[in-house]
Design a protein around this ligand. Structure first.
Ligand code: HEM
Length: 400
């Protein structure tokens, strides 16, 4: 049986602007009460804010497809990302080709390099004492990890930040031509300079020359865009998670203290931080035929947003959801990495990066204190900081 869909009124807050964008959680809570799928007429999207319903959208990949795009809109004119923006059987073939490179044992080979990066980053943070945690901690870790994985060495850290930010923001509401231009700049660099001289053992080489470890990727655009998406998907997302994590520990010093005493909680802490502030606020799907979601009729040709950030705060799944609780026993059921066939391919690497960083920081940092006003990014897709001024207070043993 279907019910009448709830629809937002022009006077309702818009999740893509103003206070609902900057502090989205009270808005998400209100939205979850409006219904399982809420139509946003001004934006032309169906919002799915609840956990169970977002899972249903992600799992029902035959009804809610990825092949017509997973962003709000895309006016960049780029080629499609072969994994993210495809459906079976194409998606199955490409995922099979890429999966062996992300198997546990394979990613383990990067551990030495990732842990060395964590030590160097913590050294720098403690030496400086007062830092922008985005620039000194959150961004350098994924920059290094993705370089280790792909073999690609970007022109500079600043350029890479701008490119990875533009990758996401070029597909948002009110995207600017500058974002699209930046994305094209990144793709052009990849083709002209990036792929030249890739080390033989690198993933970049394996994708471009062999089409994956066991082959399977078509030559040309498919290989290049697979590499592009892996390269660009893993930077801003992991950086957002690390920045959000440091801010969360400033707001919840008891949880930092707990983690310092109980480093065995670090793996669960990573999951709880992903639940608490999902880096990707939302991913979209499209319907090709009329369908039904939790009793609501959704027409053909609809854009449907699975709200990952809201799902993480749904009290039906996570009791007392606005509390950061590193011991939460179902934290790992969060949707920050998506679910089902498009579940994040890079999650073992993202987890390794954040685990290594927290391991190093809990050993050497007594607490983080605010050293200025943080600045949230205006991104409508990524929940992250543009800058996060922080004083890093060392533990007794870590003082010089
Ligand atoms: C904290 C960091 C990260 C977060 C929160 C994240 C989140 C996500 C999410 C939500 C999806 C599913 C999208 C959908 O259902 O449409 C996804 C897919 C994907 N991610 Fe990640 N990601 C992260 C890090 C990475 C890294 C480090 C890499 C690569 C090294 C990566 C590569 C990919 C790829 C290739 C896909 C597409 C998978 C497919 O469609 O089968 N991600 N990610």
């Amino acid at each position: 049986m279907t019910t009448t869909a709830s629809s937002l009124r022009p006077t309702d807050p818009d999740l893509y602007a103003g206070p609902a964008l900057l502090d989205p959680y009270p808005h998400y809570s209100w939205l979850r009460e409006q219904g399982p799928a809420v139509f946003h007429p001004a934006r032309g999207v169906w919002l799915v804010p609840g956990y169970a319903e977002a899972v249903r959208v992600l799992r029902s990949h035959g009804e809610f497809v990825s092949g017509d795009g997973v962003a709000y809109a895309d006016a960049t004119g780029r080629e499609r990302y072969p994994l993210l923006e495809s459906d079976p059987p194409i998606h199955t073939r490409i995922r099979r080709a890429m999966q062996p490179s992300f198997a546990k044992g394979k990613i383990e080979q990067l551990r030495g390099g990732v842990e060395a990066a964590a030590v160097a980053i913590a050294d720098e943070a403690l030496t400086l004492g007062e830092i922008d945690a985005v620039k000194v901690i959150a961004q350098p870790m994924p920059d290094r990890a993705i370089e280790l994985l792909t073999g690609l060495t970007p022109p500079s850290a600043e350029t890479l930040v701008a490119w990875s930010d533009a990758t996401v923001r070029a597909q948002e509401p009110e995207a600017s031509p500058q974002h699209a231009a930046r994305l094209h700049e990144a793709l052009n660099w990849l083709v002209s300079d990036g792929v030249a001289g890739l080390p033989e053992a690198s993933l970049g080489h394996v994708i471009l020359q062999l089409g994956g470890e066991r082959g399977g990727l078509e030559e040309g655009t498919e290989r290049l865009m697979t590499l592009a998406s892996i390269w660009l998907a893993g930077i801003d997302s992991t950086g957002a998670l690390l920045g959000n994590a440091i801010d969360a520990f400033i707001e919840h010093p008891d949880q930092w203290e707990l983690l310092r005493r109980r480093p065995d909680l670090i793996p669960n802490a990573v999951e709880e931080l992903l639940r608490y502030e999902a880096p990707f606020r939302i991913f979209y799907r499209r319907t090709r035929a009329e369908t039904e979601l939790a009793g609501v009729r959704i027409p053909a040709g609809a854009t449907v947003g699975a709200m990952l950030g809201s799902a993480g705060r749904d009290p039906r799944q996570f009791p007392d959801p606005d509390r950061l609780d590193l011991t939460r026993d179902n934290a790992r059921t969060h949707l920050a990495f998506g679910a089902s066939i498009h579940l994040c391919l890079g999650q073992p690497l993202a987890r390794m990066e954040v685990t290594s960083m927290l391991t190093e920081l809990t050993r050497r940092v007594q607490r983080f204190e605010r050293a200025g006003e943080p600045v949230r990014s205006p991104s409508k897709t990524m929940r992250k900081f543009d800058s996060l001024p922080v004083r890093v207070v060392p533990t007794e043993g870590a003082r010089g």
